[in-house]
Write a protein of this length. Structure first.
Length: 129
């Protein structure tokens, strides 16, 4: 079965309770039948109906269950020329962070305390002597 493609303009018209579509990571979901069942409430979904809710979805740090759950509402994808970069979650225990980001974070975590102590010691030395 081929994937149905939507322009963002097409999705934007589906912003009503009985016809609500949202875009998450360039995938289009019809959430009309899911509104009342959403553990996060009807309002957040309805407020984002017709829109790209990728940031909201990731900011909440939805569980793996939620990610699996959304698949049953998938109705298609955004046309290739209107796709956006997929944003990684920042609060799902780092599971979506790229290896690069993790390396930099790791380095920072290791070097930050001694660096701060070094700066504090230098300042103390300047003031005291
Ligand atoms: C088809 C798409 C979606 C599915 C299947 C889904 C599913 C879920 C599930 C299962 C939860 C319970 C917590 C968890 O397991 O992570 C949840 C919570 C929540 N969701 Fe969604 N969600 C969807 C889209 C969205 C979007 C687009 C937003 C924001 C605009 C949103 C906002 C929230 C909020 C605010 C909570 C409550 C978090 C809390 O109480 O800590 N959800 N959602």
């Amino acid at each position: 079965m081929s994937t149905r493609l939507f322009t963002r303009q097409e999705v934007s018209t589906r912003d009503r309770k009985d016809n609500a579509a949202i875009i998450i990571d360039n995938v289009v979901y019809d959430v009309s039948g899911f509104l009342e069942d959403h553990p996060g409430g009807v309002e957040v979904l309805l407020n984002n109906a017709g829109l790209d809710a990728s940031r909201c979805f990731h900011d909440v740090g939805h569980s793996d269950d939620a990610r699996a759950w959304r698949e049953q509402y998938r109705i298609g994808e955004v046309v290739p020329e209107e796709r956006r970069e997929v944003i990684a979650s920042t609060n799902s225990l780092g599971s979506e962070l790229s290896a690069d980001e993790l390396t930099w974070r790791g380095l920072f975590d290791v070097w930050a305390p001694p660096l701060m102590m070094g700066i504090a010691a230098t300042l103390a030395y300047i003031y005291l002597f």
